[in-house]
Design a protein around this ligand. Structure first.
Ligand SMILES: [Zn+2]
Length: 105
């Protein structure tokens, strides 16, 4: 029984990991970020199920602007993401790591 349960757990974990990876995209630049989170149909906005790994300068004002403008919030600041220099998707200031963004409803 422990072997069967272990195999089931491994299978569920791998499915969840594949789903997460399939729906998580590295996005750079404000235009690409806005396009990713802007609904294609403005009258009947479709549900958006994707995540963006993008640069953020650490400024709460940038986070607040995204929430107001696109209903997008930071979901996770990964401990293990590699140090990587880039530009904040809101203000363009220096950023040293990517964080995970998603849209809220
Ligand atoms: Zn910023």
């Amino acid at each position: 029984l422990p072997t069967i349960l272990g195999e089931m757990q491994d299978g569920m974990f791998e499915r969840a990991r594949a789903f997460r990876d399939e729906h998580t995209h590295p996005i750079d630049g404000r235009a690409a970020f806005d396009a990713f989170f802007t609904p294609k149909n403005a009258e009947r906005p479709e549900a958006h199920g994707g995540f963006a790994m993008s640069h953020w300068c650490g400024n709460a004002a940038c986070e607040a602007e995204l929430k107001d403008r696109l209903k997008v919030t930071i979901r996770c600041v990964p401990f293990d993401s590699p140090k990587e220099d880039g530009a904040c998707v809101v203000c363009g200031e220096k950023s040293h790591h990517r964080v995970l963004f998603a849209k809220s409803y």
